[in-house]
Design a binder for this molecule. Structure first.
Ligand code: HEM
Length: 444
């Protein structure tokens, strides 16, 4: 079967390019081969990987019945971290069931109950900012979003267990973004426990410490009768359509998955937002004008501010944190925009390239929040949270979180970029973050 054209360079070179300079490599491929191209990034005898960025193709892929696709080819690497019951590792009915249990706490009126806490955490973490000091925005955003996940999703009150988890999780997450650790996840033969000092042994021991703390929290929470609004409490008491509740192992795996998928992603999105806002003076000015009339950050008002919303949308357009949707492996021959694909081919809706199409976004490299005020884009043109049956569960939550954190900080501080040097997108684990972004803090 004839596949769409793509680079003919050796597969190892393609893989290295994709890892080391993902955005540049994708830009080059799109320039040379157009909206659809085939990479051999997985190995000589491995399946071809076809990238799509045309909205029609993305729409057709999102509409394919889940049984025609296998998602585990790409997601199995997460198993040692997230556990076999994680939503991201499920297929078919089991996947639907997990989503049905997980979605409600992240939507609608439920979000309102988390607003004040998000603002309080942001205020607390930034309370130590000193006028004139230089700060790393990436580091502070990670601290804020981790604390938000621990308190809002896990519902853990600050105390000993909270501190232990915070410490263990941030060092685990720091480690898993290094090249050595990431390779362990991709090559199962390297997953050998050779004692506490071996990389895998160290990982397993730390995971156990984290799991013990999470299971302690679940056990304590099952005994509590107080009315609480955190997401763990809602998951403990949720029933699926068969009247089943989640087991402790399922709860643990979902919590760790939500943490790993929700914390670095939102931190990276916020770091990009601060960078883009502060490198585009008219945007900063307009945002300030919108925020100025608010005496204090009222979560419900802030969540509906049109320009702030557009700033968050445009940030995720220009630098979608995940460059691609979860790759889907074809299970039976099928067609997408007239191309035939054999069983085994990997289909990849490419978020980054869809967001850079000149036909939809004129001057795509320019940061222009106004485009979201003037136009409404389809879910196949604008898809920072993916789509179809695998779309992001935390979409509404992270947009809400981004707006509240930005509004809280911008209405208390004036920041400016500490250096004028150009910031590049670089890979950090599964996210794309600004290469460096330090800020000078001034008090408003
Ligand atoms: C700016 C922040 C975020 C971005 C850009 C983002 C992006 C994504 C993307 C692109 C996917 C894959 C969708 C697909 O393949 O179609 C995804 C999946 C997922 N995300 Fe997010 N995400 C963010 C925040 C969050 C948060 C805060 C949570 C939860 C606390 C979360 C939980 C998940 C889960 C559970 C999945 C897997 C869904 C499934 O397999 O059914 N994400 N996200």
């Amino acid at each position: 079967m004839k596949l769409p054209a793509g680079p003919q360079t050796p597969f190892l070179l393609q893989t290295l390019h994709l890892i080391a300079q993902p955005t540049r490599f994708l830009d080059n491929c799109a320039e040379r081969y157009g909206d659809t191209f085939t990479l051999r990034a997985l190995g000589l005898n491995s399946p071809p990987v076809v990238f799509f960025s045309h909205p029609q193709a993305i729409q057709e892929i999102f509409a394919l019945p889940a049984k025609q696709l296998d998602f585990s080819k790409a997601t199995h690497v997460f198993q040692p971290l997230m556990g076999a019951k994680s939503v991201i590792l499920q297929q078919g009915r089991s996947h639907q069931r997990q989503r049905q249990l997980l979605l409600p706490p992240f939507h609608g009126d439920r979000l309102k109950t988390y607003g004040q806490l998000i603002c309080q955490i942001t205020e607390k973490v930034t309370a130590e900012w000193q006028v004139g000091a230089s700060i790393s925005i990436q580091q502070f955003m990670s601290d804020i979003t981790l604390q938000i996940i621990l308190q809002v999703v896990f519902g853990i009150n600050p105390g000993l267990r909270y501190q232990q988890l915070q410490k263990l999780l941030s060092s685990l997450l720091e480690d898993v973004t290094t090249p050595l650790y990431s390779s362990l996840f991709f090559f199962p033969p390297l997953q050998q426990d050779l004692g506490a000092w071996s990389p895998w042994g160290h990982f397993l021991r730390r995971r156990k410490q984290i799991d013990n703390l999470i299971y302690e929290e679940i056990a304590q929470r099952r005994l509590e009768t107080d009315k609480r609004t955190d997401i763990l409490t809602m998951l403990i008491s949720a029933y699926d359509e068969d009247g089943q509740q989640m087991t402790d192992v399922e709860l643990r795996d979902q919590l760790v998955s939500l943490l790993l998928l929700g914390y670095e992603t939102t931190a990276a999105a916020l770091a990009w937002a601060f960078y883009l806002i502060h490198s585009t003076a008219p945007v900063l000015e307009k945002l300030r004008q919108e925020l100025e009339p608010l005496d204090e950050v009222n979560p419900e008002l802030v969540a509906h501010l049109p320009y702030l919303t557009a700033v968050c949308q445009e940030t995720l357009r220009i630098y979608p944190i995940g460059l691609i949707c979860v790759p889907r492996m074809v299970q039976e021959p099928l067609q997408v925009i007239g191309h035939n694909f054999d069983t085994g081919t990997l289909l990849v809706p490419c978020i980054y390239l869809a967001h850079r199409r000149k036909a939809v976004y004129p001057e795509p490299e320019q940061f222009k929040p106004e485009r979201f005020l003037k136009c409404k884009f389809s879910p196949y043109e604008y898809l920072p949270f993916g789509g179809g049956s695998r779309g992001c569960i935390g979409m509404a939550f992270s947009m809400y979180e981004m707006k509240l954190v930005l509004a809280t900080i911008l209405s208390r501080f004036k920041l400016s970029l500490a250096s004028k040097s150009h910031v590049q997108p670089v890979r950090r684990g599964i996210t794309i973050v600004p290469s460096k972004a330090s800020y000078l803090v001034k008090l408003c």
